[in-house]
Design a binder for this molecule. Structure first.
Ligand code: ZN
Ligand code: ZN
Length: 212
């Protein structure tokens, strides 16, 4: 499993390319913008994209989904709980002063317990509501290593904001505690913005996750 993470778009959303380099297939997580850069990396790796998935449907995570879908023909998936946010893209774009993304053909196929596949790759879908109602994390197991793509649910030393449409502070804490902190301590967490972390280090040091 080959993973590359690029900070893209106006808010530096972490877009990940997860590739099976033998089978030449890939999954793209959160193509938030900078399509040319994502395309350049895909070409350099020589991989075809089988699936485009989104940790949630904030505008900075879906900015070039339509271009990528047009170029690859891949299915683009969100969780149905975030459908209303996809319809609110013009409002979201106005809020951060960015262009309204072109509309992609997004299906609502992401659901808890589902698996997203490309070549030998398997990403397990965890529904982790809180940052948005349809927020999901994707878990990849590679040999003994676990990697989780957490979107804006969990950051290094922080958690996602819950003051936007459909945000729920109790729900995000429940999602993190019940679905993410139950992963192995050495599980690598690729966050939605900024540096990666591990489950163990957030369990030990994240001020939002202290027991009260
Ligand atoms: Zn977000
Ligand atoms: Zn974000």
């Amino acid at each position: 499993m080959h993973v590359e993470t690029l900070a893209v778009g106006p808010l530096g959303c972490n877009c990940s390319i997860v590739a099976d380099l033998e089978a030449k297939r890939a999954i793209v997580i959160d193509p938030g913008g900078d399509y040319d850069e994502i395309d350049r990396r895909l070409r350099a790796l020589g991989v075809a994209v089988d699936a485009i998935v989104h940790t949630h449907t904030h505008v900075d995570h879906v900015g070039c989904t339509a271009e990528l879908q047009r170029a690859t023909g891949a299915a683009a998936s969100i969780h149905e709980g975030d459908r209303f946010l996809y319809e609110l893209l013009p409002v979201q774009a106005a809020l951060i002063g960015t262009d309204v993304p072109e509309a992609a053909d997004v299906d609502g196929a992401l659901g808890d317990g589902r698996t997203v596949r490309a070549g030998s790759l398997e990403l397990a879908v965890l529904h982790t509501p809180g940052h948005t109602p349809g927020s999901c994390c994707f878990v990849a197991r590679d040999g003994g290593a676990t990697r989780v793509f957490a979107g804006d649910t969990l950051f290094r030393g922080g958690i996602g904001r819950t003051d936007l449409w459909g945000g729920d502070h109790d729900a995000i804490l429940r999602s993190i505690r019940q679905r993410l902190l139950t992963l192995p301590d050495d599980a690598l967490v690729v966050t939605g913005h900024g540096p990666s972390t591990t489950v163990g280090s957030e369990r030990a040091r994240n001020p939002f996750l202290r027991d009260r």
